[in-house]
Design a protein around this ligand. Structure first.
Ligand code: PMP
Length: 379
């Protein structure tokens, strides 16, 4: 099996697993039990992981809140701010190409009386800043736009959006689940207020993530969604997922050292792969060609059913859309939002390369693709 679905999830790096293992049965104390040495040992490890996560995005350790993943981080960001809003700002600005953990929240918040506005995106999926400038106003509470797309890989101009947002006195959140560990993310340079991270997208374990809160959670009017023992500055109660957090810390540390080289390597083999397909089949590449994730390739095969293509390539693990939406009958909301017809969207595959893919594997994958596309076209 050649695994090409690294946007859905990545395998844990063996170095991450190695770092996690002692925290299951050997060093298993509760980091809140700092009265004894066992608890303190774990608390120290949790602290070190906070620095490792922070270092990857240029945040201070106290600005990192541990969560169960980007879905939860996205929920705390939006609803946490909404709970403390004074009722004067009733507008939330986002895009139609966000992950469902943003879009479905927005639907729920709309039912509570919030006005949801969408910044238009161009055919590459890049937000149109002039339109953003018109939409974001003194009524806006929060602007939330993903840093990079989990389907078409497009990188958004978050820094410019943050400037517009702050000039109107609103908060800016970015879902960076697919960006952190793949491209340089600098919360200070971007000047974002809130940013979501997921460990399992960067070779860490599933079920753990983080929310960056500028200045730390006490600096922001943000309420918890879960009440309890006041862990994580009271913003996210519940006993910490210690092995998961240690794994996320290690995964972030590996990315600090490997991201640039890895990104260059993946972009090179991704480009070779796309060139092979372009030379030998009828295929169209989606997203912004000069501003996309180095590991992403979103491909449309006109006239072919993407699902049939996947089923006919059992040696490859590929997805037709985001893992959360593939399996649904509706074609991808992201592809439709960038102006594709339902037919085009249904002819589109998402390929996500990752740390453990080799050039040999991708050469093999492109052969399988070309053969299968030709076979299906003959049919
Ligand atoms: N946002 C984006 C852009 C994602 O790709 C994902 C994962 N599919 C999520 C949020 C959700 O992350 P998690 O699985 O950690 O909840």
């Amino acid at each position: 099996m050649i695994y090409l679905d690294n946007h859905a999830t990545t395998p844990c790096d063996p170095k991450v697993v190695e770092a996690m293992l002692p925290y299951f049965s050997e060093t298993f104390g509760n980091p809140s039990s700092t009265i004894h040495a066992e608890g303190r040992k774990v608390a120290d490890a949790i602290k070190a992981a906070r620095s490792q996560v922070g270092a990857l995005i240029n945040a201070r350790p106290k600005e990192i809140i541990y969560t169960s993943g980007a879905t939860e981080s996205n929920n705390i960001a939006l609803q946490g701010l909404v709970f403390q809003a004074d009722g004067k700002r009733k507008k939330i600005v986002t895009t139609r190409i966000e992950h469902k953990s943003i879009l479905n929240q927005c639907k729920a918040l709309e039912r509570q009386g919030f006005d949801i506005e969408f910044i238009p995106v161009n055919r590459s999926g890049v937000i149109i800043l002039n339109d953003a400038e018109e939409l974001i106003d003194e009524e806006t509470l929060i602007v939330t736009v993903q840093s990079t797309s989990n389907e078409i890989g497009t990188i958004q101009p978050i820094k410019a959006l943050a400037q517009i947002t702050h000039s109107k006195g609103a908060y800016i959140h970015t879902d960076a689940a697919q960006a952190v560990g793949k491209i340089p993310v600098d919360v200070q340079d971007w000047d974002v207020d809130l940013l979501s991270i997921s460990a399992h997208k960067l070779y860490g374990p599933k079920g753990v993530g983080a929310l960056f809160t500028k200045g730390g959670p006490y600096s922001m009017p943000i309420s918890p969604l879960v009440y309890g023992g006041e862990q994580e500055y009271g913003l996210r109660s519940g006993t910490l997922n210690v092995p998961g957090i240690i794994g996320m810390g290690k995964a972030c540390d590996l990315c600090v050292n490997e991201m640039e080289q890895e990104g260059n390597r993946l972009a090179r083999i991704r480009d070779n792969f796309e060139r092979d397909l372009l030379d030998r089949t009828d295929v169209q590449i989606n997203g912004s060609l000069n501003n996309r994730l180095p590991n992403n390739s979103s491909l449309t095969f006109p006239g072919l059913d993407a699902e049939a293509l996947v089923i006919n390539m059992p040696e490859l693990a590929i997805s037709t859309g985001s893992a959360c939406t593939s399996g649904a009958l509706e074609p991808s909301h992201v592809l439709q939002a960038i102006g594709m017809s339902r037919e085009e969207a249904n002819s589109t595959l998402r390929i996500g390369l990752g740390r453990f893919n080799t050039q040999e594997e991708i050469t093999e994958a492109s052969k399988i693709f070309i053969q299968t596309v030709k076979k299906l076209r003959r049919l």
